[in-house]
Design a protein around this ligand. Structure first.
Ligand code: UDP
Length: 240
């Protein structure tokens, strides 16, 4: 079971796919809904929220490579896609009077601050939502890994992995085996032993090595983001 008590600073990873609502680009209604849930907990519960946004609704370097593009260039396109998602989320949060800052791992001074961890921490202390874009700024990485790294560097209590199409960690792939049961909680060791897919391996090992609890939950669940941020029992808690 999830430990009692509300986390005070969390890192929310939002998959890019959810921003597109199943299509390429940004679906404003979806982003509005996400922003509404985040605004509610920041305003009412005072949780400090940092966010890493994916970019799968625009480009994935590995997929572009299949079409003959240079992998690193495709990965940079992927990273730039995440920034568009960040700006959309920033916009809808600011419509709700939530102060935000976007920090990017690739410098683009006209649209965002550069990634400066101590400054990010200061924004969070002031109640601003900090949205991290452009991944790690490095090809061959994923935004899952960046989420784990940012969570560790800025001292988050938990990594909240918001997934598209799956609402937790199951004993087997629920799409192939509909009778597979969902874990409410599981240890890092059991995830490894059972070869379960929680996050990409680099992200998972960063969390395990540094004892950072991960909550895997579904972005499609009603009010799922707000509940995960509040520390309610939702999805699957992965911890030691
Ligand atoms: N990417 C990258 N380095 C990073 C983060 C992302 O090269 O540090 C690229 C990579 O091509 C990736 C794409 O950006 O496929 C979009 O990110 P990701 O696939 O993690 O997004 P999500 O699956 O969460 O939508």
């Amino acid at each position: 079971d999830a430990p009692a008590g509300q986390p005070t600073r969390v890192l929310l990873k939002l998959s890019g796919e959810v921003f597109g609502g199943g299509a390429v680009g940004v679906d404003p209604e979806v982003v509005k809904g996400i922003a509404g849930q985040i605004a509610e907990v920041v305003v009412n519960d005072g949780v400090q929220v940092a966010i890493v946004v994916g970019g799968g609704n625009f480009f994935r370097g590995a997929e572009l490579q299949h079409h003959g593009m240079d992998r690193a260039r495709g990965d940079y396109m992927g990273m730039l896609g995440t920034v568009m998602n960040c700006l959309a989320l920033q916009d809808f949060l600011e419509h709700l009077d939530v102060d935000t800052r976007v920090q990017t791992a690739i410098t683009m001074g006209q649209v965002a601050e550069p990634y400066i961890p101590r400054r990010a921490a200061r924004h969070l202390e002031k109640g601003r939502v900090v949205i991290f874009g452009a991944g790690a700024g490095m090809p061959y990485f994923t935004t899952d890994t960046v989420a784990a790294q940012r969570a560790l560097e800025i001292g988050c209590d938990r990594l909240l992995m918001g997934k598209n199409g799956v609402d937790g960690v199951y004993e087997a792939d629920p799409r192939k085996d509909p009778s597979a049961r969902k874990y409410r909680s599981i240890t890092y060791a059991d995830v490894l032993r059972q070869r379960l897919n929680v996050a990409d391996p680099a992200a998972f090992s960063l969390c395990m090595d540094n004892q950072l609890p991960i909550v895997v939950f579904g972005l499609g669940e009603p009010n799922g983001i707000a509940r995960a941020i509040r520390g309610e029992t939702i999805g699957t808690l992965v911890a030691s």
